[in-house]
Design a binder for this molecule. Structure first.
Ligand SMILES: [Cu+2]
Length: 152
């Protein structure tokens, strides 16, 4: 009986281990007037940490419906938890003219070049902001050229 109990608790432990979502933290830094990396692939529950933001802040271009508002204070580090799948598009307002912005791509089915290009091309048409459209065009081009590493 004791052994059975031990075995059961060991199995239960294994089960918990394998189903627990391991949250990942992704760091994005303000480098000059760019975010680096400017394209991040993340999962729901992951945290995006914005660092080195002396003359920068983060504001939304477009994020998924129902996602928490994304806004930081000028010059401050910022941490944002991803709670919805989809494409998160943000900008640094003072440097938006220089296209200082970034994308966080969240969700399954976006981990191959073709589906990612399709998704972003469709997404681009929903963005009215001219700078935002230009930014996305550039990112799509980079993906097609294999210059952005897509995680498996
Ligand atoms: Cu900036």
């Amino acid at each position: 009986m004791k052994h059975l109990l031990k075995l059961t608790s060991a199995l239960f432990g294994l089960l918990m281990l394998s189903t627990a979502h391991s949250k990942e933290t992704h760091t994005v830094k303000g480098v000059g007037i760019q975010f680096k990396p400017d394209v991040v692939f993340a999962d729901q529950g992951d945290i995006i940490e914005f660092r080195d933001m002396p003359t920068h802040f983060v504001d939304v271009v477009k994020i998924p419906d129902g996602a928490d508002k994304m806004i930081s204070k000028m010059g401050a580090n910022y941490s944002y938890e991803i709670d919805k799948p989809g494409v998160y598009f943000y900008k640094c307002p003072p440097h938006w003219g220089a296209r200082m912005g970034g994308l966080i791509i969240v969700g399954s089915g976006l981990n191959n070049e073709e589906s990612l290009v399709d998704t972003l091309t469709e997404y681009k048409d929903t963005i009215e902001d001219t700078i935002g459209k230009g930014y996305l065009k550039k990112v799509i081009k980079k993906i097609k050229k294999g210059k952005i590493k897509i995680p498996e």
